[in-house]
Design a protein around this ligand. Structure first.
Ligand SMILES: C[S@@+](CC[C@H](N)C(=O)[O-])C[C@H]1O[C@@H](n2cnc3c(N)ncnc32)[C@H](O)[C@@H]1O
Length: 230
């Protein structure tokens, strides 16, 4: 059977944002740009999906989350669109099983993972397709976790707007990150990933769906469990 995947806007954007020019600086930039919150958010993912035997890290990038998971889980598999990011992940931890590909079409057997996690992927994807693939590759009782930025309301929202303005200015000095710093605010403002993910998880048959807002609503986690009877 041949399955064709249509390239969508999220793919094009991700290809524009992440490339060989900014792969090496990614880890420092994510730490700086989130004021260290990235580590806190990833620890929350670990609290839900750590201690699982076999974990798939969707959009693993340079392997920050994969390496954190590796300390707690038996085997870590990662997949990402950007080959230069994957090369760095492999350098950090040579026993990660890595593949260059897309989260919408996973090159894995059905029912082979205990958990599927992702950090900063949800705003780039065809949510329905990715959730279907998560359902397919997860074992019964398997856990799925999506984490990404969200746009807060009220006073934190105003601070977030100022923050993105400063990020845009910074982009004029750091050329390899200009496209990201320029386009991230519109993307985060526009994305409906929390709503779409919850709805796709419900339609697919996932249970125990939970939504947790983090750091004043600047990011969120949506998690769910594939029921044991499936
Ligand atoms: C901001 S980075 C996050 C990397 C890593 N998850 C982390 O938390 O550090 C976003 C990553 O998503 C990847 N990506 C975007 N769309 C993707 C897709 N449809 N399938 C696989 N990877 C994707 C990009 O290549 C990039 O490495």
């Amino acid at each position: 059977m041949i399955v064709l995947l249509q390239v969508h806007d999220g793919h094009l954007l991700a290809k524009r944002f992440f490339n060989s020019a900014n792969a090496l600086s990614y880890d420092s930039i994510v730490k700086l740009a989130t004021f260290g919150q990235d580590f806190v958010w990833k620890k929350k993912i670990l609290d839900i999906a750590g201690n699982q035997g076999s974990v798939l890290d969707l959009a693993c990038g340079t392997g920050i989350l994969s390496c954190m998971l590796a300390a707690r889980s038996r085997s870590i598999t990662g997949i990402d669109l950007t080959i230069d990011y994957l090369r760095l992940a492999k350098k950090k931890k040579s026993d990660l099983f890595l593949a260059n590909g897309t989260a919408e079409l996973l090159p894995y057997r059905s029912g082979c993972f205990d958990a599927v996690v992702s950090s900063y992927l949800a705003k780039y994807i065809d949510t329905g397709m990715v959730v279907q693939e998560c359902w397919r590759v997860l074992r019964p009782n398997g856990v799925v976790v999506f984490h990404d930025f969200t746009y807060p309301c009220g006073i934190v929202g105003s601070m977030w707007r100022i923050y993105f303005y400063i990020l845009k200015l910074a982009g004029t000095f750091v050329r390899s990150w200009q496209a990201v710093f320029d386009g991230l605010d519109k993307l985060v403002l526009r994305t409906q990933w929390v709503k779409q993910t919850i709805s796709a998880l419900k339609s697919a048959g996932f249970e125990n769906i939970k939504h947790t807002s983090l750091t004043g609503g600047t990011s969120a986690i949506v998690s769910a469990v594939k029921p044991s009877r499936s």
